[in-house]
Ligand binder design. Structure first.
Ligand SMILES: C[S@@+](CC[C@H](N)C(=O)[O-])C[C@H]1O[C@@H](n2cnc3c(N)ncnc32)[C@H](O)[C@@H]1O
Length: 282
């Protein structure tokens, strides 16, 4: 996919900068995010024989789980702008011999989905990156059958996510961070404001929009080394470190290590998160 169109910047980011980490850290990210995705899936109740669209499916764990839930008479279409991440998702589907899931390398904001064709639009942290969320959700709304459901999980604000904010605070001790992005700029935190998301979904035609808080602790790694790598390679901290010098990166890692050391338990390094499960209907 060429980095063109309204989401060109995100296409570039998820194909070039982010995909190597998401593929290399596949097992750890899946272990960390699976409980949150499954909590959303339990709200979505994908039924046998249903057709599901998994938006921003990445390396595919949620698509494979959805495929298991809808069974052989149902089907899952995983859509993502990142070709390398989808290549990994396809490998996993074929390793699991799942014939009812296909992947499309496309922008969910603009892709011409078959209208009125899916029972459920689902996403695990894949809907916060649209340049024009209004257009994107209107597009997803058209893909849904009447009475179809939208269910996704997204992050709450930074203050509710110490696993992100503490790493950023540690980095800020060693380098000037770029001015924070506008709260509604595409990025992991852009759907933190429930009122904003309700407005976007309402204007796109969705009804019965509801937010359910999902809070708990994320397993950042079994060891402090793993957790430090994770904290610096994924999420907003990795974006903050993108332009760091080697010396700044080393100093930031040392500060992150110091703050994570306090969180180490015999069951790994865990930190608090806050997410929303958002549900709506066409
Ligand atoms: C935080 S990752 C989540 C990946 C996956 N859902 C998971 O939970 O492991 C966000 C994903 O959304 C994808 N994405 C971002 N903007 C997109 C768009 N406009 N259309 C489709 N996918 C998009 C990215 O390529 C990336 O794979």
């Amino acid at each position: 996919m060429q980095p063109t169109g309204p989401n060109a910047e995100q296409i570039e980011y998820w194909n070039v900068q982010a995909s190597p980490t998401w593929i290399a850290q596949n097992a750890r990210l899946d272990a960390m995010l699976a409980p949150l995705g499954l909590a959303a899936m339990d709200r979505a109740r994908p039924g046998a024989g249903e057709r599901v669209l998994d938006v921003g499916c990445g390396v595919g764990q949620s698509s494979l789980q959805l495929a298991g839930r809808v069974g052989p008479r149902g089907s899952v279409l995983g859509v993502d702008i990142s070709a390398p991440m989808l290549a990994r998702a396809r490998e996993r589907a074929s390793a699991e011999k799942l014939a009812n899931v296909v992947f499309e390398n496309a922008d969910a904001q603009t892709f011409a989905f078959t209208p009125n064709s899916v029972d459920l639009v689902f996403s695990r942290f894949g809907v916060m990156f649209f340049a024009d969320p209004g257009a994107a959700f209107a597009n997803l709304h058209r893909a849904l059958k009447g009475g179809g459901r939208l269910v996704f999980v997204c992050w709450q604000a930074l203050a509710q996510n110490p696993w992100m904010s503490e790493a950023i605070a540690a980095i800020a001790k060693h380098m000037q961070l770029p001015a924070p992005a506008a709260p509604d700029a595409p990025g992991p935190l852009s759907f933190a404001d429930a009122a904003r998301v309700r407005g976007i979904l309402g204007r796109a035609g969705f009804r019965s929009v509801a937010h359910e808080p999902l809070v708990g602790e994320l397993l950042l790694g079994q060891t402090i080394d793993e957790a430090v790598d994770f904290a610096t390679e994924v999420g907003p901290a990795s974006r903050a470190l993108r332009d760091a010098t080697e010396a700044q990166r080393a100093a930031a890692k040392a500060s992150i290590r110091e703050s994570l050391a306090a969180r180490a338990t015999t069951a790994g390094v865990r930190m608090g998160y806050g997410a929303w499960i958002v549900t709506a209907e066409r």
